[in-house]
Design a protein around this ligand. Structure first.
Ligand SMILES: [Zn+2]
Ligand SMILES: [Zn+2]
Length: 362
């Protein structure tokens, strides 16, 4: 089951996941199908074809899987609709056929260890994403005209990006000392009373959904810039959600992010426990101890609309939108000529005002 495409039972057209109805839509006959209906259908599949690109080894049926998992290899698949070859990156999990533009899902790339635990399906449609992008750019000054180009806007792409999610229940305690000071005056004498307290807290802290990027080539600023997602919108993973979008699988493993995430969780837990010590003039914490009682890791795919723009200086600009909430994040190019024109006009206006006032002196 290497390449999956979901076919419409009425007309054999391609089914794609439709964010507005949260169903599967045939773009040819406009039929809509639920998840249950899709599950009942047999998806069309094609095997990987000659996965070895350097041709140094003949690829047999039984070695195909290994070839696809080789680090950094570009791998060829066969499009189930037109039979053309589809070239993919190591991390590609869903894409489009370059020739017939039909969506293909590389099921094998997301199986076994790589099977996502959960997914947040797209809720923002492509049209809404394009409009959101125009609204966002429209509010900014000095953006080059080419940025608004129709083709540029149409190139907006929906991508599922891989993330690690971490939930933990910690038990811990905190020891500290605190002081309360009271000052009063009686006649000529000022009294100061200092009360010393020994403070101890014990308890459990539950933290959920700490999110960490799981793709090396992801633009980290954008991957975190579109956060947060509404986690209650997470669904059980189905390959069908990827149809009509691009998807990447992870290449950063849990052990690579584990220490950092656990440290972050410990710091959050300490902060929460510290906040329960109130009612003193001053507090100093001497000891804290936290131990995870229960923890849970999940591997998830989250939706992002993304657009890139190559500036005149060759610099690539990125713009992203959270595919569930519509939150935007990005860096926009600045048209120097537009900027310069504005400052010339401004100084002309100042000059004119000076002349009108009659006190402009050369
Ligand atoms: Zn159809
Ligand atoms: Zn094709």
């Amino acid at each position: 089951m290497a390449v999956i495409s979901f076919k419409c039972p009425n007309c054999d057209g391609e089914l794609i996941f439709d964010p507005s109805s949260q169903k599967y839509k045939c773009e040819y006959c406009n039929s809509l199908f639920s998840q249950e209906e899709l599950d009942a259908m047999q998806p069309a599949t094609e095997g990987e074809k000659n996965a070895q690109t350097d041709g140094s080894q003949g690829t047999q049926q039984d070695t195909k899987g290994n070839a696809a998992e080789n680090e950094g290899e570009a791998v060829c698949y066969t499009c189930p609709s037109c039979g053309a070859e589809i070239m993919t990156d190591q991390t590609t999990a869903a894409t489009f056929c370059y020739y017939c533009h039909n969506p293909v899902v590389l099921g094998k790339r997301l199986s076994g260890n790589y099977l996502p635990n959960r997914v947040i399906p797209f809720e923002i449609t492509k049209e809404a994403a394009q409009k959101g992008f125009l609204d966002y750019v429209g509010k900014k000054k000095f953006v080059p005209k080419a940025f608004f180009d129709k083709k540029q806007i149409e190139s907006i792409t929906g991508v599922y990006f891989p993330y690690w999610l971490y939930d933990v229940e910690l038990e811990g305690n905190m020891d500290g000392s605190a002081r309360n000071i009271r000052v009063w005056r009686a006649g000529d004498i000022e009294y100061t009373e200092t009360k010393h307290y020994s403070v101890r807290r014990e308890g459990d802290v539950t933290l959920r959904n700490l999110t960490e990027n799981a793709l090396m080539k992801a633009n980290v600023k954008l991957a975190s810039g579109v956060m947060p997602y509404r986690f209650e919108g997470m669904k059980e993973f189905h390959m069908g959600y990827l149809s009509g979008f691009l998807a990447e699988r992870r290449d950063i493993e849990q052990k690579a992010v584990q220490a950092k995430m656990q440290q972050e969780m410990r710091e959050s837990a300490q902060k929460l426990m510290r906040e329960t010590i109130t009612g003193y003039n001053s507090v100093s914490v001497n000891n804290t101890f936290f131990r995870p009682k229960r923890e849970n890791w999940s591997y998830v795919l989250f939706p992002v609309w993304t657009i890139t723009y190559k500036g005149r200086n060759g610099k690539i600009y990125y713009y992203s939108m959270n595919g569930q909430t519509g939150k935007v994040c990005g860096e926009l190019p600045i048209d120097r000529a537009k900027l310069a024109m504005t400052s010339i006009i401004t100084s002309l206006v100042v000059l004119a005002a000076g002349l009108l006032g009659g006190y402009f002196i050369w």
